[in-house]
Design a protein around this ligand. Structure first.
Ligand SMILES: Nc1ncnc2c1ncn2[C@@H]1O[C@H](COP(=O)(O)OP(=O)(O)OP(=O)(O)O)[C@@H](O)[C@H]1O
Ligand SMILES: [Mg+2]
Length: 248
């Protein structure tokens, strides 16, 4: 068992928002300083943008910077069960109630998946907690800058080789846990102090329960391998995928 990280401040604490790390199409990530009795720690807080608020002014009033549309996520939801039939119908029909149910579940799902893969030893931010539309996790970076996304990290050749090895280890770990990331790319990998960190798991897929589970894994692998190939590495995505099947 991986012990709870010792940097994490427990209650009582106060949170102070230090500002936006990154604002994107689906979510905004803010840096939070959590101060306890004797010390403080930094947390990344991912705020999911409200999907039903259309007017720009209303979004700004809520403190977010960009609008967003509801993600068409039918493919991702397959294999994920809503226990009550009333809820299931609401989700299928995308009623307001259904959208609320889904929105609640993005943060819970992201938290749970990251908890599982963190416990299994993968390099992911430690998931700290979640609420309806926000998800708190370990911040990757320091007081001067957040970790860059892999695509922007300017790795030299030796670092690229190292990052690729870490990618394979991370994929093996996720696959052993029965999870496909579902949106893996050089944008959802961070590079910090020689470590490749996997982020952004709300759409993560249960490989066994989802009829397209292996398809998602295949797409992830080819996508990210193509990025490394373009950087000059001699990698074969199909071979990597075939190798991962042993871990399912
Ligand atoms: N734990 C973290 N520590 C540091 N930076 C982070 C962390 N989590 C996310 N970020 C930054 O915030 C960005 C967006 O986070 P994430 O990929 O989880 O959301 P997203 O759903 O892709 O958002 P969007 O689709 O709107 O870009 C990341 O690319 C990264 O730059
Ligand atoms: Mg992302």
């Amino acid at each position: 068992m991986r012990p709870t990280p010792d940097w994490l401040i427990s209650e009582p604490y106060t949170d102070v928002d230090l500002g936006v790390i990154k604002s994107g199409k689906e979510a905004q990530v803010n840096l939070i300083e959590r101060t306890g009795d004797v010390s403080s720690c930094l947390i990344a807080r991912k705020l999911y943008l409200p999907r039903e608020v259309k007017e720009k002014g209303a979004l700004e009033a809520l403190g977010v910077q960009r609008s967003s549309t509801f993600r068409n996520d039918v493919q991702y939801r397959e294999g994920r069960q809503f226990r009550k039939s009333r809820d299931r119908r609401a989700v299928e029909k995308m009623t307001t109630h259904g959208k609320h149910l889904l929105q609640d579940r993005w943060t819970e799902h992201e938290h749970d998946v990251m908890g599982r893969v963190w416990a299994a030893g993968a390099a992911v931010p430690y998931p700290v907690g979640y609420a309806d539309d926000q998800f708190d996790m370990e911040y990757v970076g320091d007081s001067t800058r957040a970790a860059p996304q892999l695509y922007a990290a300017r790795l030299d050749r030796a670092e690229l080789d190292d990052a690729f090895d870490q990618l394979i280890l991370g994929l093996q770990c996720l696959t052993s846990e029965g999870i496909a990331h579902g949106d893996l790319s050089a944008y959802n990998l961070l590079w910090w102090r020689q470590t490749l960190v996997f982020i952004d798991f709300p759409q993560a897929i249960d490989i066994a329960a989802n009829p397209q589970g292996l398809g998602f894994l295949h797409r992830d692998v080819l996508n990210v391998c193509t990025w490394f190939e373009r950087k000059g590495l001699d990698v074969d995505g199909e071979e990597v995928f075939a190798g991962l099947l042993a871990f399912t």
